[in-house]
Design a protein around this ligand. Sequence first.
Ligand SMILES: *[C@@H]1O[C@H](CO)[C@@H](O)[C@H](O)[C@H]1NC(C)=O
Ligand SMILES: *[C@@H]1O[C@H](CO)[C@@H](O)[C@H](O)[C@H]1NC(C)=O
Ligand SMILES: *[C@@H]1O[C@H](CO)[C@@H](O)[C@H](O)[C@H]1NC(C)=O
Ligand SMILES: *[C@@H]1O[C@H](CO)[C@@H](O)[C@H](O)[C@H]1NC(C)=O
Ligand SMILES: *[C@@H]1O[C@H](CO)[C@@H](O)[C@H](O)[C@H]1NC(C)=O
Ligand SMILES: *[C@@H]1O[C@H](CO)[C@@H](O)[C@H](O)[C@H]1NC(C)=O
Ligand SMILES: *[C@@H]1O[C@H](CO)[C@@H](O)[C@H](O)[C@H]1NC(C)=O
Ligand SMILES: *[C@@H]1O[C@H](CO)[C@@H](O)[C@H](O)[C@H]1NC(C)=O
Ligand SMILES: *[C@@H]1O[C@H](CO)[C@@H](O)[C@H](O)[C@H]1NC(C)=O
Ligand SMILES: *[C@@H]1O[C@H](CO)[C@@H](O)[C@H](O)[C@H]1NC(C)=O
Length: 375
Amino acid sequence: MATQRLALLIFLTIVSFPFDHGEIIPSKSQGVRAAYWPSFTGYPASAIDTSYFSHVYYAFVLPSPTTYTLEITPDDVENLLDFTNATSRWNPSAKTVLSVGGGGGGTLPGIFSQMASDHYSRATFINSTIEVARDYKFDGIDLDWEFPSNDTDMTNLGLLFREWREAIEYEANVTGRPRLILTSAVYYASNVSLNGGPRSYPIEAITEYVDWINPMCFGYHGSWENFTGLHSALYDPNTNLSTDFGIGSWIRAGMPPNKIVMGLPLYGPTWSLADPNVNTVGAQTIGTGPGSGLLVYSDVINFNEENNSTVVFDNNMVSYYSYSGDSWVSYDDVRSIELKVRYAQNRSLGGYFFWALGQDLDWTISSAASEAWLN
Ligand SMILES: *[C@@H]1O[C@H](CO)[C@@H](O)[C@H](O)[C@H]1NC(C)=O
Ligand SMILES: *[C@@H]1O[C@H](CO)[C@@H](O)[C@H](O)[C@H]1NC(C)=O
Ligand SMILES: *[C@@H]1O[C@H](CO)[C@@H](O)[C@H](O)[C@H]1NC(C)=O
Ligand SMILES: *[C@@H]1O[C@H](CO)[C@@H](O)[C@H](O)[C@H]1NC(C)=O
Ligand SMILES: *[C@@H]1O[C@H](CO)[C@@H](O)[C@H](O)[C@H]1NC(C)=O
Ligand SMILES: *[C@@H]1O[C@H](CO)[C@@H](O)[C@H](O)[C@H]1NC(C)=O
Ligand SMILES: *[C@@H]1O[C@H](CO)[C@@H](O)[C@H](O)[C@H]1NC(C)=O
Ligand SMILES: *[C@@H]1O[C@H](CO)[C@@H](O)[C@H](O)[C@H]1NC(C)=O
Ligand SMILES: *[C@@H]1O[C@H](CO)[C@@H](O)[C@H](O)[C@H]1NC(C)=O
Ligand SMILES: *[C@@H]1O[C@H](CO)[C@@H](O)[C@H](O)[C@H]1NC(C)=O
């Protein structure tokens, strides 16, 4: 998921599964209030204040490039045990989801593509995810494939979800346990045209077999561009790079709104301005700004304070930026987060998630979002 670069309804009668009543999908009033825990940053799982979250995602574990079973390295074992140990002590308890995959490109999209292309490798992968999830006491599994690269991948993704759901239903029947939750982090919009031709997510399969999706509604702009931009704008009248467009595209494509959990960033991209006096959205830039192009929320606030930054709330795009000298940062703060949560509720979405835990400043944003949803 998110580093700097991220990056038709035939309404099917949803098959009624035995555990769907109340346990798996939170009530509308509670919502999915989720966050990913990057296991690789050193931020301890025991530090997570779960009063702000209904679900915490473990990020990430990876499939073997040759066998497609999950490859649990010694570091993974340590992090998984840290997580499980913390989980058992969380008060209040939050549901836990094991996320498989992640961003960063490389060979991972190709490995998922290969895995999903064949019935036997899908089954091997699926069985392994269930086994690891149960071994470490998770309540669910999440797929973060960034991104299926053509129509074939998208079709195979639909098959994967169908077989995955069947397998977790079967496992729950056999063991008598509540079935595992199945979710997926997806592109901010229902069609992807990044790195390849346009392709559409398999909406019918997702609707039928996945409990909810997590569209990554951030990373619209970054220092790979030579102009400033709001990387998680709620609205953008000039382009399709906005959360309103992305969420709208999923709904127009037939995704039930209550199965959409909207992404919110706890980080922001930074640029160096070409001219410190030209500092609006769209201003020309000459490279990365502080933090080598990325600051987490707590660092943005520290940067703003120490450098007397000018802070601007963009009322039309519903996001923030700040600048000081030639440094320019795009981020979200309390007000934009609250408005985005209101937006999610207004569109009857299932909830929201953050990328990522460990980036907030004293739970400022996490608590504002949770309070906005619950009140
Ligand atoms: C589990 O967490 C507690 C409290 O954070 C800590 O004292 C203990 O050492 C941990 N145990 C393991 C096995 O990591
Ligand atoms: C996956 O698990 C199912 C159910 O236990 C089993 O029938 C099947 O043979 C397994 N498939 C593979 C490829 O491991
Ligand atoms: C789709 O993309 C995958 C992964 O990049 C590739 O292996 C496969 O050949 C592509 N299929 C088609 C039909 O283009
Ligand atoms: C699980 O059990 C239910 C209820 O007995 C049954 O309808 C369903 O077909 C079973 N599903 C699987 C995948 O075994
Ligand atoms: C910005 O980048 C675009 C595309 O990479 C390029 O065409 C344009 O000349 C650049 N503008 C400036 C002012 O560097
Ligand atoms: C935005 O998306 C719509 C629908 O896919 C498309 O018709 C339109 O051309 C896109 N606009 C821009 C500016 O890319
Ligand atoms: C997505 O792609 C499908 C199929 O190509 C097309 O029918 C639909 O209009 C596109 N949706 C958006 C929002 O661009
Ligand atoms: C203030 O700005 C300077 C120059 O960009 C930077 O080195 C410093 O880290 C900033 N202060 C904070 C707290 O980020
Ligand atoms: C920020 O403003 C304070 C008070 O006006 C001043 O003392 C300080 O030097 C300024 N810091 C910077 C980095 O400009
Ligand atoms: C909710 O949606 C309606 C219709 O789209 C809009 O008029 C209203 O301003 C929205 N309210 C909020 C709080 O976003």
